[in-house]
Design a protein around this ligand. Structure first.
Ligand code: PMP
Length: 358
């Protein structure tokens, strides 16, 4: 009998499953594109691959548990003390560490919705309670409503800018004003997974807000602009007591050897990566302009994706994209998120959108 009598925590029943972006189905005579996971379409840089190859000879050894070379390099780049940087297995891993470090059972974590789908998962896995505050009609964070959702049980507020999956940014002034109103014993996490794709005047200066407010931490990743999604490395910049707690809640040796060297080599290749990001930002502008020309009301995006608020037409649009060899990401009956990919993938999206009609 293989039926287990092992007890599984009943609370897990309430934890939603993470639905990962699908790879596209192969098609005869048609190149297919995966534009469902906000990945960087460029292949790894030669210098990064070389660093990974060099390090691969030592994978019989455990990684540097302190992630010291990468942490030092980040500290220097960001001009913050190394003691304020905590790394983890992707920023989603770091987020889990943050919730574990701050929340007891039943404590509340406030975030906008829709936003990154891992938020309610990570929060409920830690035994905390997700409090989802609807976005505005313009698909933006409703910061006054988020402020109003804070109770005595709230330990953390997550602010995702640009917001995944809808794209808009919170402005710097809005965010400072919000942080100012949040009680000082409630942590505000600014999730900047897509920071590098934000155009100058729209960017929040999150590190500056962190410097000014002890209850603010910044969350970043190497998965998007840096193109290392497959290696799983992210980090938080947090004031020392929290950063120290994050080192305690980390999976021991969670950031593997290859991830450490690849992230470090990527920091050394900043100019090349910036040029790729600039190309993706230009492609985003091209796609958004073409869609608007067609009459689509897509929100301004500060990230490497666009949001189609299609409601009841969501499934039909996904099907039209699949027919054209594009694997995209539906969100219930809210809409569809499409990653900015290779120029050919973007061309195809423009064609599908034209044929489907706004
Ligand atoms: N935050 C946001 C807003 C995201 O969209 C993602 C990835 N989809 C992450 C965090 C996590 O990325 P990773 O774990 O790969 O660093």
């Amino acid at each position: 009998d293989t039926t287990a009598e092992v007890r599984i925590r009943a609370a897990l029943d309430a934890v939603p499953a993470y639905v990962a972006g699908k790879p596209p189905a192969p098609r005869d005579g048609l190149t297919v594109y995966k534009v469902s996971s906000n990945e960087n379409p460029y292949p790894p840089l030669p210098s990064v691959l070389e660093a990974v190859r060099d390090a691969a000879g030592a994978i019989n050894r455990y990684p540097d548990m302190g992630v010291s070379a990468l942490t030092e390099a980040l500290a220097k780049r960001l001009a913050v003390p190394a003691a304020r940087i905590a790394t983890g297995t992707g920023s989603v891993g770091v987020l889990g560490q943050i919730i574990q470090a701050t929340c007891d059972d039943g404590d509340e974590v406030v975030f906008a919705w829709r936003s990154f789908e891992a938020y309610p998962i990570v929060v409920s896995l830690a035994g905390a309670v997700p409090v989802a505050v609807p976005l505005t009609e313009e698909h933006r964070h409703d910061l006054p409503a988020m402020r109003a959702a804070i109770t005595d049980r709230t330990r953390v507020v997550l602010v995702c800018t640009p917001n995944n999956p809808t794209g808009p940014t919170v402005t710097h002034e809005e965010l400072v004003d919000f942080v100012e109103q949040v009680p000082r014993d409630v942590l505000v996490v600014i999730d900047e997974a897509y920071l590098e794709f934000v155009e100058g005047e729209d960017a929040v200066r999150a590190l500056e807000i962190h410097q000014a407010y002890p209850h603010v931490a910044v969350l970043r990743t190497f998965s998007k602009a840096y193109g290392l999604a497959g290696l799983r490395v992210g980090y938080a910049v947090a004031h020392e007591p929290l950063a120290e707690a994050l080192r305690k809640t980390a999976t021991p040796f969670g950031v593997n050897t290859l991830a450490q060297v690849a992230a470090l080599a990527s920091l050394d290749a900043q100019d090349e990566l910036d040029a790729r990001v600039a190309d993706l930002v230009a492609e985003r502008a091209r796609v958004v302009a073409a869609l608007r020309e067609q009459g689509w009301d897509v929100p301004q995006s500060g990230a490497n994706f666009v949001w189609f608020p299609l409601r009841e037409r969501t499934a039909a649009f996904v099907q039209a994209c699949e027919q054209a060899g594009l694997s995209v990401r539906p969100y219930g009956s809210d809409g569809v998120r499409v990653t900015i990919g290779e120029p050919e993938a973007n061309d195809r999206l423009i064609d599908v959108a034209a044929a489907f009609g706004p």
